[in-house]
Design a protein around this ligand. Structure first.
Ligand SMILES: *Cc1c(COP(=O)(O)O)cnc(C)c1O
Length: 457
């Protein structure tokens, strides 16, 4: 798919649709002279050069990559009409597409029934899940993993709920004994489990939490903003397969959040929240004097905290899933590349004289640091931050990595021999979410290794 071929077709399709409504004279008030625009555009394009090459395999930092061309064409084609999925009359076509894609996402997680919608992102999707949790279990607290996303503590604060950070084990997964201790106290009404932590990609034992759901009568919410689409690899065969238990358990939880703008090939502005009980709609009841609900069918604006939302985001996801469906061989094949790349890189790092692995990757996030003799927290911290900077600033053949802050306790849980001469140690972190990360892995590894060896000390 070449955007140079398909972008003009998006404009054509939109023009053809417009022509069906008859000729009219556009008002000159917002007309802009082509020459004036050319000057502004030249300045704009120059400003845009100040960016990291998210598309390139040499960018192995944060979980960012450009959208799939199918998403771009879906987004642009719909955006030219600019539908608003707040209400059906804001955009009937994209409202239907949203209902369809949310049903596909719910199906991917194994929800037998559902209520859900797209959101601006994972933060607001989690806010909605916690809002519904508060309304369902008034006055009770929320427990989340100490390694979970910062959004949970912040959203609890916003909602006036008390949040508890539950300690993690040596893999970065929520410690189930610590959780049960907390639940015995009887204050907690909702447990947030993370299927793929943002830092390490750790998957909490959701299947074990299911037992506690029965025993203590708590709600279970799964934050799968980053990791959700990895459920497509659960229980499969091949190097990239994942143990199925935690992923299968999501279908028995009360709500789940997933970000199509992370692993779903979408442009930013596309998260999703899905509830297993359609009855939670009662917590959203509100009457807007501005919205005229002309049909009896479901209005997404009635079950969403956000009002205006881009219909184009639903269009982009719908068109993407038409060509890369939510199956092992569809979108799953894309995630499998990153997962295999992460496993292979972990092996290369383990065997490297210059680099050491922080922990084995659970999904597609690799964490590592330059070796020092002896291994000390201060040495790991200095070596990692220096390598991150020199790799990005290299005049030729740069590599872009990101940083993960680890506490002394977390670091020494994985490397008991490390000299604990600091409170924390920053390590390097690479999210390998591009399929090209697999095909270019050897080059990436050798370059990082070379940069690590070259350091002057
Ligand atoms: C990214 C992320 C979020 C926040 O989502 P945004 O789309 O950035 O708002 C929440 N939880 C997890 C696990 C994430 O990875």
């Amino acid at each position: 798919m070449d955007l140079r071929e398909w972008l003009p077709q998006a404009v054509e399709a939109h023009s053809a649709w417009r022509a069906g409504f008859g000729v009219y004279t556009p008002h000159p008030v917002d007309d802009v002279d082509d020459e004036d625009f050319a000057a502004a555009y030249a300045e704009f394009v120059k400003r845009m050069d100040d960016n990291y090459p998210f598309f390139h395999p040499r960018y192995a930092g944060q979980m960012v990559k450009p959208p799939h061309p199918a998403a771009v064409i879906g987004y642009v084609t719909a955006m030219l009409a600019n539908p608003n999925n707040h209400a059906r009359e804001g955009g009937p076509a994209t409202t239907d597409m949203e209902i369809e894609v949310v049903a596909e996402l719910a199906g991917m997680f194994g929800f037998p029934r559902h209520l859900g919608h797209l959101t601006g992102g994972g933060t607001v999707a989690n806010l909605e899940a916690l809002y519904v949790a508060r309304e369902s279990h008034p006055g009770r607290d929320v427990a989340f993993s100490a390694d979970g996303h910062t959004a949970h503590a912040r959203m609890c604060h916003l909602l006036g709920m008390r949040g508890h950070a539950v300690p993690v084990d040596a893999h970065g997964r929520m410690d189930m004994d610590a959780l049960e201790d907390l639940l015995r106290g009887g204050r907690v009404g909702t447990v947030v489990l993370t299927a793929g932590t943002t830092g390490l990609g750790a998957v909490d034992p959701i299947h074990e939490a299911l037992v506690l759901k029965e025993k203590y009568g708590v709600r279970l919410h799964v934050d799968a903003a980053y990791g959700g689409f990895f459920t497509l690899l659960a229980g499969g065969s091949g190097a990239e397969a994942l143990p199925s238990e935690p992923w299968l358990a999501i279908g028995a939880c009360d709500s789940v959040v997933v970000d199509p703008h992370k692993h779903g090939l979408q442009p930013y502005g596309c998260g999703a929240v899905i509830f297993s009980d359609p009855g939670v709609a009662r917590h959203y009841r509100h009457e807007s004097p501005f919205t005229f609900f002309t049909e009896a069918a479901l209005h997404l604006g009635e079950v969403s905290l956000e009002c205006s939302r881009a219909g184009a985001a639903a269009a982009a996801l719908w068109l993407t899933l038409k060509v890369l469906p939510l199956t092992r061989d569809g979108l799953g094949a894309v995630l499998a590349c990153g997962r295999r790349a992460a496993l292979r890189w972990a092996e290369l790092i383990t065997d490297s004289p210059a680099l050491d692995l922080y922990q084995r990757p659970e999904l597609d996030i690799v964490t590592f640091f330059p070796r020092t003799e002896p291994m000390s927290l201060s040495g790991v911290d200095a070596g990692s931050t220096r390598l991150c900077t020199t790799a990005a600033e290299a005049a030729a053949d740069p590599v872009f990595l990101s940083i993960l802050c680890t506490t002394a306790e977390a670091f020494r849980a994985r490397h008991p021999g490390a000299v604990g001469d600091a409170e924390q140690a920053r390590v390097l972190r690479s999210v390998l979410l591009k399929p090209e990360s697999e095909t270019h892995l050897d080059g990436l590894h050798h370059r990082v290794e070379e940069l690590a060896m070259r350091r002057d000390r």
